[in-house]
Design a binder for this molecule. Structure first.
Ligand SMILES: Nc1ncnc2c1ncn2[C@@H]1O[C@H](COP(=O)(O)OP(=O)(O)OP(=O)(O)O)[C@@H](O)[C@H]1O
Length: 303
């Protein structure tokens, strides 16, 4: 285990009879942006709350830098909760200074850091406004500043990109990249898979409380096998059904998308397509994260 790694190790959590987390295990390495993705109710927020100690795990352990997370370590985590956690009537600057001091900063350092993040996140004109008078996007910027103001050693952000306009997405992305570049492990959840694919070094996919895939997008797409888009306009429906080693994924508007099991020869698929009619397109490609996600968490995916 590397230094300054956030290590989520076989964490289980039940709510009554509902298993919310089932042996959730992954690590977020220093300097890494880790995207945590899964359908609604899959267990992302529960995992993050356990990391923060807002919730207790039934079993398993979360470590940072090799040590189980204690109260002291928690003060070194920057957290953006899903339900957000700002004081609505408090002014932006006062709020950030207060939160920084709560995490152990001196008044001077807290002021300096709050002002720096206000500048960086384009909030200078809003610094004297109460949070509930800001637009939702600006509230989110303040929320990010609140997660960063005490210069944390770990960042855990629950859907930081939801509801942001494209410019704010760019600002948020750059801040997260810069923070990771200082050696901080950064984990965030998101439903914006194109963004996660672009931004993250590694990705974890959670389904019904279990991690079903974890690795870099390249690793995951290589494991997922090759995909073909095949267009045979005159072919009878279902021409590709039943071909050995071939799964019909669907239609992408250009043609039928097929997933080949490892070792399947694409030339046998081409022969089958030609037998079905003139072939207009035959393209190999790797799946996108969105396609991977659909296969990993979709209706037919094995648990
Ligand atoms: N306090 C709670 N009491 C009972 N059940 C809960 C509680 N918190 C979460 N759950 C359940 O645990 C499961 C995981 O929920 P969680 O909020 O972690 O999912 P999520 O992946 O963050 O979803 P979303 O993308 O919708 O935010 C769900 O079945 C949810 O209903």
């Amino acid at each position: 285990m590397g230094e300054r790694t956030l290590d989520i190790d076989h964490v289980c959590k039940r709510f009554g009879g509902n298993v919310a987390l089932d042996n959730v295990t992954f690590e977020v390495r220093p300097g890494e942006l880790f995207g945590f993705v899964g359908s609604n109710g899959a267990g992302k927020t529960t995992t993050m709350r356990i990391v923060l100690g807002v919730l207790a795990a039934d079993s398993g352990v979360v470590r940072f830098d090799g040590t189980p997370i204690s109260h002291e370590i928690r003060t070194r985590i920057g957290y953006m909760p899903e339900e957000r956690g700002l004081y609505p009537k408090m002014k932006v600057l006062d709020q950030l200074v207060y939160l920084a001091q709560l995490h152990g900063m001196t008044a001077n350092d807290a002021h300096r850091s709050a002002e720096a993040w206000i500048e960086r996140l384009d909030l200078a004109e809003r610094r004297g406004d109460p949070v509930d008078k800001l637009s939702l996007g600006n509230q989110q910027r303040v929320q990010l500043a609140a997660a960063l103001v005490h210069e944390p050693d770990v960042l855990v952000l629950d859907e930081p990109f939801s509801g942001l306009d494209p410019l704010a997405v760019d600002v948020m992305s750059q801040v997260l990249r810069d923070k990771a570049a200082t050696g901080v492990p950064v984990v965030f959840s998101s439903h914006q898979l194109d963004l996660v694919e672009r931004l993250c070094d590694r990705v974890g996919i959670i389904r019904s409380g279990r991690i079903v895939a974890c690795g870099s997008v390249d690793e995951l797409t290589a494991e997922a096998g090759t995909r073909l888009t095949v267009s045979v306009p005159g072919a009878p429906t279902g021409w590709a059904e039943g071909l050995p080693g071939v799964r019909v994924v669907g239609d992408n508007g250009t043609g039928t998308v097929l997933e080949l099991a490892p070792g399947t020869d694409d030339q046998s698929v081409l022969s089958a397509a030609l037998a079905a009619g003139p072939v207009r397109e035959f393209t190999r490609h790797r799946p996108s994260l969105t396609e991977l996600f659909r296969s990993a968490v979709g209706e037919g995916a094995a648990r």
